[in-house]
Each structure stands twice: as structure tokens, then as C-alpha cells.
Design a protein around this ligand. Structure first.
Ligand SMILES: NC(=O)c1ccc[n+]([C@@H]2O[C@H](COP(=O)([O-])OP(=O)(O)OC[C@H]3O[C@@H](n4cnc5c(N)ncnc54)[C@H](OP(=O)(O)O)[C@@H]3O)[C@@H](O)[C@H]2O)c1
Length: 329
């Protein structure tokens, strides 16, 4: 089968090679083999290639953290899934989705309905799960609250705009440049701040009559995190999602004390092993939102397997809005 393979760690565009690989996979107990249709690309794919991700698969390996496809084979003990069924899945680390066939643990495989296309399915798993778990489970967002979304035109940001709107929040999005601002508006943000033109701090104060935002979703970190403390409301929740800026902030704890707000960590991936029922419940909730049209992933690019490196470049160079999806077959 064809697979993008990494034989040595380094910059993704130097170390990834599309090869015919001899990788006979078998499905052990509680495992599922999947013929991949589409693979959603994510920022951590870049980190895996360079060896900067927290987990390091054995060489050689393939990246690609989320796929849609059809079940090819199920191992012992697998119930509720059968060959030919359409699914979305999180492949085993190292056996990523930029390959024609992959393998996943049964707890990481979820049936999808016929009305959900392969591209949409591959583009709306990780980021929508993260947005939903962050806003509902971790921040307990309420209808009518104000949600401030940083990195709002990115993968998790675009998902959070839609999940926030579906929860009845007033959404203020922050993005850089006119194209990204337009994407945030199309996705339903009530207000959009272009951080290349305006400092979000005074604008958010102005838009909220000085109250600040009840929930702040921060996948950027660094200075963005530091200054978010200036615009969070009384009893607000500041969601720590990621550090796309490359800087992990060291928060001054005086702020949460004097302003009565909470700093709330979110590591969605931990639910896979600690509380998989949360992911299954969230999958059902998101499918219902997708069925009613309340959420639909914004796909920046749909590329053939041969162009997967170009897809990763769009993410690396900060050009992508929403999701980049690769057609594998
Ligand atoms: N906690 C979790 O469970 C979880 C789950 C998924 C993702 N994440 C993390 O969340 C972060 C964002 O992921 P994503 O998929 O949304 O990525 P993405 O699609 O690349 O979007 C990131 C956004 O961050 C902004 N940004 C600010 N400074 C940046 C910089 N120096 N380089 C690149 N982007 C920068 C960009 O927006 P502007 O250009 O508009 O400023 C960009 O659109 C990543 O760190 C990822 O690992 C965490």
C-alpha cells in the first residue's frame, strides 16, 4: 500500500516520503483495521515529524491523527462494528492516516452516518471534540455568555466559533488579516477583531461594556494568554488549549485571585484513555449538531494523497483557515 513514511526525524518537508510500503497489518484483540478514505491534518503532525511531540513513535512511521474510512477487519472482542461500515477513527500513533490502511483501538473508532461525507467527517473530529469538551465539560458555558476565541480562524478556533454559537453564546473572534476575519464572520462570529489592526484588549472591553468575556478560549498562549487576564469577566473561565505562538505562559496568579476567574486546562487526548465515554457522548452530541446544520467544518483545502506535504505547509506557514483534509483513496 502507499503511505507517507518518515525514516528519520526532521522538518516535515524534508523527511516525509510517499512510498509503497510492505506493512501487513493484522487486527488483534480490541483492534480495528480501516481502509482510509480521508485524513484530517493537524499541527501536531508537524511536531511528530520533527520529533518535538510529547510522544515519539518508533521509526519508520506515518503521521495523520484522524481519518474517515471503512472497516476492513475487526479483531477479537470487537462488538458493534463490522467490515464495510463507515467510521471516523484515531489511528494508532505511528500508523497514521496518511496511508491507505491503518489500525485503531476499538475505543477510538466511531460509526458515522451516510449523510456525513468523508471530508467533513475527517475535518470535524479532533477540533470539534476539543471545542465541545472545552466549552461544555470544562467551562460549563451558559446561553447568553460572552465567549472570546483566539486563533479563531484556525482548526480549533473555527470549531469553537460554531460550537459556541450553538450553545447560545455571543462569540467574539480574534484573527489576523482580512481573509481570516472573513472566515470567522462566515462561521457566525458576532464580532471579529483583526489583531493585525487592533489590540483585542480595549476592543473586548468596549464590546462588553467593561465586563469582559465569561469564557476565553486560548490556543495561542504567550502574550495572548497574558493579556487575556485583562478582559476576563468576574467568575470567568480562561481555557488553556495550546501554545501555537510557541510560548508557554507562566501566569501571574494575582490576576485569578483578584478577579475571581479560573484557569482551566484542557487536554482532550487524555479522555481517550481516562474517560472514553466522554468522547463517545461528545461524538453523539456533535453528530446531532451536524445533522441540524449547526456545525459544519470549514475546509480550507482538500488535497490528493500526493499533496499531503503541501497540506502540512499550509498549516506550518499559518496560511490555513479551518481544516486541511487529504484524500487517501
Ligand atoms: N488542548 C487540546 O486538547 C488541543 C486540541 C487540539 C489542538 N490543540 C492545540 O491548539 C493549537 C492550535 O491548533 P489548531 O489546529 O487550531 O492550529 P492552526 O489551525 O494552525 O491555528 C492556530 C492559529 O493560531 C494563531 N497563531 C498565533 N500565533 C501563531 C504562530 N506563531 N504560529 C502559528 N499560528 C499562530 C493563528 O491565527 P492568526 O494567524 O489569525 O493569528 C492560527 O490560525 C495547537 O497548539 C494545538 O496543538 C490543543
Amino acid at each position: 500500500m502507499r503511505a507517507w513514511t518518515i525514516h528519520e526525524l526532521g522538518p516535515y518537508d524534508e523527511v516525509m516520503r510517499l512510498e509503497e510500503v510492505d506493512r501487513p497489518l493484522t487486527a488483534g484483540d480490541d483492534e480495528v483495521l480501516i481502509d482510509v478514505a480521508a485524513c484530517g491534518l493537524n499541527f501536531p503532525d508537524l511536531l511528530l515529524a520533527s520529533g518535538d511531540y510529547q510522544e515519539k513513535p518508533d521509526l519508520p512511521f506515518t503521521v495523520g491523527q484522524e481519518v474517515t474510512g471503512t472497516v476492513a477487519e475487526v479483531g477479537g472482542g470487537v462488538e458493534g462494528l463490522e467490515a464495510g461500515q463507515r467510521v471516523v477513527a484515531l489511528p494508532e500513533l505511528g500508523l497514521g492516516g496518511l496511508a491507505e490502511r491503518t489500525r485503531a483501538k476499538v475505543t477510538d473508532v466511531f460509526a458515522i452516518p451516510d449523510w456525513l461525507g468523508d471530508d467533513a467527517g475527517a475535518g470535524m473530529f479532533l477540533v470539534y471534540q476539543t471545542a465541545h469538551v472545552a466549552l461544555h465539560r470544562r467551562a460549563a458555558i451558559r446561553e447568553g455568555e460572552t465567549l472570546l476565541v483566539h486563533g479563531a480562524a484556525g482548526g480549533v478556533g473555527t470549531a469553537t466559533i460554531q460550537v459556541g454559537k450553538a450553545a447560545g453564546a455571543r462569540v467574539i473572534a480574534v484573527a489576523g488579516g482580512p481573509e481570516k476575519v472573513a472566515v470567522c464572520r462566515e462561521l457566525g462570529a458576532d464580532e471579529v477583531i483583526d489583531h493585525q489592526k487592533d489590540d483585542f484588549v480595549p476592543v473586548v472591553k468596549d464590546l462588553t461594556g467593561g465586563r469582559g468575556a465569561d469564557v476565553i478560549f486560548d490556543p495561542v498562549g504567550g502574550d495572548v494568554y497574558e493579556r487575556s487576564g485583562k478582559v476576563i469577566a468576574f467568575e470567568g473561565r480562561l481555557l488553556v488549549i495550546g501554545f501555537a505562538s510557541g510560548t508557554i505562559p507562566t501566569p501571574a496568579l494575582g490576576y485569578p485571585l483578584v478577579k475571581n476567574f479560573s484557569i482551566v486546562g484542557v487536554h482532550w487526548g487524555l479522555y481517550r484513555r481516562r474517560a472514553p465515554e466522554v468522547i463517545r457522548e461528545t461524538h453523539d452530541a456533535l453528530l446531532e449538531l451536524a445533522r441540524t446544520g449547526a456545525v459544519a467544518p470549514h475546509l480550507h483545502a482538500r488535497l490528493p494523497l500526493e499533496d499531503a506535504v503541501e497540506g502540512l505547509r499550509l498549516i506550518a506557514d499559518r496560511e490555513a483557515t479551518g481544516k486541511v483534509v487529504v484524500h487517501v483513496r
